[in-house]
Write a protein that binds this ligand. Structure first.
Ligand code: ZN
Length: 187
């Protein structure tokens, strides 16, 4: 079994977007969101949330956003039967110092995922003044990892490595569709 480690860096390297009359370039070439070689057997997983009421709301909003893409479905499981565990951690030291969220995916190399564990690092949310919507964006990013997405260089992607402000883009949604049309092990 291979344990894959993914870290979400960049709490202190924030992009400040100030409204100075710049309009986004509508026809800017979009960058495809990279996919992992691994995937779940189906574009659907069961989950449980182990978190306080406020972080439960954050996870539920992120789940609604992914389910609304129509490309992947998170279905509530039970304590005994679930594939993904959505939790929180107060860790702020060592590898967690600069993280807002982290996902551990378990599976065989180039094979199917069997389990995933997500943590939102709530103490860092407080420390860096993450708003509710910032927190939802972090949860959407981590759920993107659990689905099988990798970090994107597209500054509009939810899979931007230090994402705080982006929701799920059409490129992100397209990448999920591709991931579940391709067999496991293929990119
Ligand atoms: Zn990440």
């Amino acid at each position: 079994m291979k344990r894959k480690y993914r870290a979400k860096l960049g709490l202190t390297t924030l992009t400040i977007i100030v409204g100075i009359g710049l309009t986004p370039i509508a026809n800017a070439k979009s960058i495809a969101t990279p996919i992992s070689r691994s995937r779940w057997p189906h574009a659907q997983v069961t989950y449980v949330i182990q978190a306080s009421a406020s972080e439960r709301r954050v996870y539920q909003a992120a789940i609604r956003a992914w389910n609304a893409t129509g490309q992947f479905k998170f279905v509530q499981g039970t304590t005994a039967h679930h594939q993904v565990t959505l939790g929180t951690s107060n860790a702020t030291t060592g590898q967690y110092y600069r993280l807002a969220g982290i996902t551990f995916s378990t599976g065989y190399p180039n094979g199917y995922y069997t389990k995933a564990q997500v943590y939102l690092l709530t103490r860092n949310f407080t420390r860096y003044h993450y708003s509710y919507s910032d927190q939802v964006h972090v949860a959407e990013h981590e759920l993107g990892h659990t689905i099988g997405l990798e970090h994107s260089r597209d500054r509009h992607s939810v899979m931007l490595a230090d994402n705080r402000y982006n929701g799920i883009s059409s490129a992100d949604s397209t990448a999920v569709r591709l991931r579940y049309r391709l067999p496991v092990g293929r990119l």
